[in-house]
Design a protein around this ligand. Structure first.
Ligand code: OAD
Length: 231
């Protein structure tokens, strides 16, 4: 079976009660991203940034995977070809649904990172700017999240998989943030078929070969069923 690369965004977790960023009422309509999601914002006011991510962590830990996460988990465990599930989401709902090998290109809300020695560990539910790094004791701990202006994680591995894929699927992402927004072009250039699954088609018609519209918790299980039936 051909290889599949899947990219998920906030829309896949929307029906689990986690807010998206750019939809009506989304996080970036309520918070200034330059204050809470950049290294400069963190340097100016670490407490504000920790408060923002403490709220995101509480929200994620108190939510449950939905039918879209569950269907994608089935795909990672039952599809006989290669599947790489890449997510821009910082929640752990793909893993809690049972998905294997999830690549978190924008980091993970459940992990902490020392800005001095780069040690990583499981984040407590509430992080504080005065927390000490368990390795070097510096008081410079941050959530292990990729902020604007920082390089997303695992890019070499993702690009290699995109170049070898037969199918690329973007699910619940607005396609506004690079480099993830450019994955469809890398995959198409290398000969893959491309599919978008979203509540509504994203702008730039024709960018994907096919578009399936609908809420992820309905559209994704239906699509996964067809893929597993053909396999
Ligand atoms: P956005 O908020 O930009 O886009 C969410 C997408 O999900 C939109 O295209 C919606 O139409 C779609 N959507 C909403 N509800 C849905 C549902 N129930 N089913 C299917 N689709 C639905 O979120 P992302 O594209 O994930 O990065 O944003 C990308 C990055 O920007 C995030 O990873 C984050 C953010 O700033 C960082 O913080 C580094």
């Amino acid at each position: 079976m051909g290889g599949i690369v899947i990219l998920t965004g906030a829309g896949v977790s929307a029906e689990s009660g986690l807010g998206t960023f750019r939809d009506k009422g989304g996080l970036w309509t309520r918070y200034d991203l330059t204050e809470v999601a950049t290294p400069e914002g963190f340097a100016r006011n670490p407490r504000l940034v920790h408060d923002f991510y403490n709220a995101r962590r509480a929200n994620a830990l108190d939510s449950s995977p939905n039918a879209a996460h569950q269907a994608l988990a089935q795909l990672t465990t039952r599809y006989t070809g290669e599947v790489l599930l890449v997510t821009q989401n910082i929640d752990d709902l793909h893993e809690r649904a049972g998905a294997t090998g999830v690549v978190h290109m924008h980091g993970e809300i459940t992990r902490a990172l020392c800005a001095v020695c780069e040690t990583r560990w499981d984040a407590p539910r509430v992080m504080d700017p005065d927390d000490a790094c368990p390795s070097c004791a510096a008081r410079a701990t941050r959530p292990d999240i990729v902020w604007f202006g920082e390089m997303p994680y695992h890019m070499d591995r993702i690009v290699t998989a995109l170049e070898a894929a037969d199918l690329f699927v973007a699910i619940g992402t607005s396609g506004e943030v690079y480099p993830a927004a450019g994955f469809v072009d890398i995959a198409a250039e290398a000969g893959a078929e491309t599919l978008e699954i979203n509540l509504e088609p994203t702008p730039a018609p024709g960018r994907f070969d096919r578009v399936l519209t609908g809420p992820a918790a309905v559209a994704v299980p239906a699509w996964v069923e067809t893929v597993l039936a053909e396999a």
